[in-house]
Write a protein that binds this ligand. Structure first.
Ligand SMILES: [Ca+2]
Ligand SMILES: [Ca+2]
Ligand SMILES: [Ca+2]
Length: 135
């Protein structure tokens, strides 16, 4: 009786761990890193982050005027972050201004200053803030 119950419990646990295993694998090499890691070294460097950010910028810039306004960046930049990223206060961000924020967030997510972000660094608050500018 007891052993049967423990078997059930074990199989339920096995199922649960089976479900969570992709997450476990993801902690070693996250989906975000796989997506943006063009040189395949298992980490994200600033050049890779800027490349991904440029691609997103182009995608979000629907009217192809080379700038993004605050509405186009909802959920990625708060009003305050947008204002800080827009030093000429014209209400839009150029790609250069956008990549400036990317670089800031990259550096904030990289406290060990080794030039790359690993899965653990990307999973921090600063790392996730960076990812919002990349995808
Ligand atoms: Ca890389
Ligand atoms: Ca501007
Ligand atoms: Ca790092």
């Amino acid at each position: 009786m007891i052993s049967r119950r423990s078997i059930l419990r074990t199989s339920a646990a096995a199922m649960l761990s089976g479900l969570s295993s992709p997450v476990m694998a993801g902690s070693r090499r996250s989906a975000a890193i796989r997506m943006f890691d063009t040189d395949n070294d298992g980490t994200l460097d600033l050049a890779e982050a800027k490349k991904a950010a440029s691609a997103l910028f182009a995608k979000l810039d629907r009217d192809h005027d080379g700038t993004l306004d605050r509405r186009e960046l909802v959920g990625r930049l708060s009003a305050r972050e947008f204002a800080a990223a827009d030093p000429d206060h014209d209400g839009t961000l150029t790609l250069e201004e956008y990549l400036g924020v990317v670089e800031q967030r990259f550096n904030a997510a990289n406290p060990d200053k080794d030039g790359t972000l690993d899965a653990k660094e990307l999973n921090t608050r600063a790392g996730l803030a960076l990812l919002r500018l990349l995808r």
